[in-house]
Design a binder for this molecule. Structure first.
Ligand SMILES: *[C@@H]1O[C@H](CO)[C@@H](O)[C@H](O)[C@H]1NC(C)=O
Ligand SMILES: *[C@@H]1O[C@H](CO)[C@@H](O)[C@H](O)[C@H]1NC(C)=O
Ligand SMILES: *[C@@H]1O[C@H](CO)[C@@H](O)[C@H](O)[C@H]1NC(C)=O
Ligand SMILES: *[C@@H]1O[C@H](CO)[C@@H](O)[C@H](O)[C@H]1NC(C)=O
Length: 457
């Protein structure tokens, strides 16, 4: 015991301790602890999930990246729609941006900015290339999906602007997308879509480090505590998603960008800027706890979805019967594993109020999510938009599952003539598993950062 206390004290002084100081022990709203969850994810679930996500069924995601931003005029900086960095106004940097020789025409400052723009544009671009063969196969798949009579097709999928993207070709990583525009996205999500009144200020809003006193944080957290568990959960899920994205950007940072190589890897200082409790006025470790919370929610949704995927008629259709069967077994294996995780939530505490209240709550949450997915159309960097849309859709699907527990449980008893009471589209399935794959990867990356920070001492 003494040794433990000594180790803890020793750790708290270091960056390692400061990033992870509160990220240990029991998790709120759940009867489980961080250490058990780490072992479960890193040793068991993560490797299986990685293999599944490399399969053809899960790597192709259909998405419309060309919807206009419905809420504000998304400035297309640098005169290029996919350039994401704010400081460049269109007249500064016209089309010629693509050729690097055009840099000479601008002042040193504009030059610096356009370089940043160009980096963000380049790194943020989405590779939409597919082989002819894949294209044909995907046509076959969607024919199959249509025949399965989805009754709630997401309209996006039908739009001629929607296209398939190979997720393996477009990893989520550092893109150089930052600054006021990226900030505006998160700000409108937290401020206008998280059930929070304007009078309650979020702690540590960027650019106000000094002014954000302890009292603001106290007001905020006491407001949060007063919310019903689902609305509190909503805020924490968004914060967890934000944390996960930042873990990815820090773990796949562009460390070296020269003409002969691009090197991506861990940037510990970037990680600390986002999660060190000293550098974030105590917010960092809370963000990481929210990441664990998000993991648990999505894990629970996977566990609850098992009866849906177990239906005999359900296929992960790609037309290659053997692969399809193997992938389905792999998926069921993962879902069984999720179900076996012993420390899920208290069944009565979440998504289980009286029926009328639950229906109202479900609708509130659904609308808020719908809105957040529309905000994603305002993300200037295409690759960030892709992963933003995928992850919000995945989380939305997880919530749909959690709110539909009864319908899913009754699936096996339905006769085949009945309209099924619960359905998931291919797009929802792909986003659900891939979104969870991101969170699972983030938890795995925390292990790497723990050891990198421990080495630093
Ligand atoms: C599409 O499906 C048809 C019939 O199911 C099959 O003959 C054809 O080979 C498939 N095409 C591809 C590219 O998989
Ligand atoms: C949707 O989000 C936008 C942008 O944050 C906000 O202005 C609007 O009030 C939100 N609408 C709803 C219905 O929540
Ligand atoms: C790591 O990130 C910081 C910003 O947090 C940046 O200043 C630094 O150059 C990055 N390190 C490398 C090796 O890219
Ligand atoms: C489904 O049927 C089984 C066996 O007939 C029964 O034990 C189970 O309670 C039923 N489930 C539901 C949700 O009706």
């Amino acid at each position: 015991m003494k040794l433990v206390v000594f180790l803890l004290l020793h750790m708290f002084g270091s960056a390692h301790g400061r990033c992870f100081c509160q990220v240990t022990g029991d998790l709120d709203d759940c009867a489980c602890d961080v250490e058990t969850l780490d072992r479960f994810n890193n040793d068991q679930l993560f490797p299986k999930l990685q293999t599944l996500l490399e399969s053809d069924y899960f790597r192709f995601y259909k998405v419309n990246l060309n919807k206009p931003c419905p809420f504000w005029t998304a400035n297309s900086h640098c005169g290029l729609q996919d350039c994401a960095v704010k400081p460049c106004s269109p007249n500064e940097v016209p089309e010629g941006l693509r050729s690097s020789s055009s840099h000479n025409k601008y002042s040193a400052e504009a030059n610096e900015q356009s370089k940043e723009c160009e980096q963000a544009k380049h790194l943020g671009a989405v590779d939409v290339s597919l082989s002819d063969e894949t294209r044909k196969a995907l046509l076959n798949w969607s024919k199959h999906d249509d025949e399965a009579e989805r009754f709630c097709v997401v309209d996006d999928e039908q739009s001629p602007d929607s296209q398939y993207v190979d997720l393996l070709l477009n990893p989520e990583r550092y893109t150089g997308y930052k600054g006021p525009e990226a900030w505006q996205i998160w700000n409108s999500i937290y401020e206008e879509n998280c059930f929070k009144p304007f009078t309650v200020k979020r702690p540590l809003v960027p650019n106000s480090y000094q002014s954000s006193s302890g009292s603001e944080a106290r007001t905020f957290y006491s407001w949060l505590e007063g919310q019903c568990v689902e609305k509190r959960a909503f805020y924490r899920l968004i914060s967890g998603l934000h944390a996960s994205i930042n873990v990815h950007l820090s773990a796949r940072y562009l460390l070296d960008d020269s003409w002969f190589q691009k090197k991506w890897g861990h940037n510990v200082s970037e990680f600390r800027q986002r999660f060190d409790s000293e550098l974030t006025a105590g917010e960092g470790p809370k963000r990481l706890r929210n990441l664990y919370f998000l993991y648990l929610i999505e894990l629970r949704a996977l566990a609850k979805s098992l009866p849906f995927f177990q239906q005999r008629s359900f296929q992960l259709f790609t037309g290659r019967a053997e692969d399809d069967q193997r992938n389905k077994e792999m998926l069921l294996d993962i879902l069984q594993l999720a179900r076996s995780f012993p420390l899920h939530f208290d069944e009565t505490s979440l998504f289980a109020g009286d029926e009328k209240e639950a229906a109202k709550l479900k609708e509130d949450v659904r609308l808020a999510f719908l809105n957040i997915s529309r905000i994603m159309d305002c993300v200037g960097c295409f690759k960030c938009r892709l992963w933003g849309k995928l992850q919000t859709q995945g989380l939305g699907t997880a919530l749909k599952i959690l709110f539909s527990e009864r319908q899913i449980e009754s699936l096996p008893n339905q006769s085949s003539e009945q309209q099924p009471s619960f359905q998931l589209s291919r797009q929802e399935i792909v986003s659900l598993l891939n979104a969870f794959g991101r969170i699972s990867t983030s938890i795995r990356e925390l292990k790497n950062f723990r050891s990198l920070l421990a080495e630093e001492r």
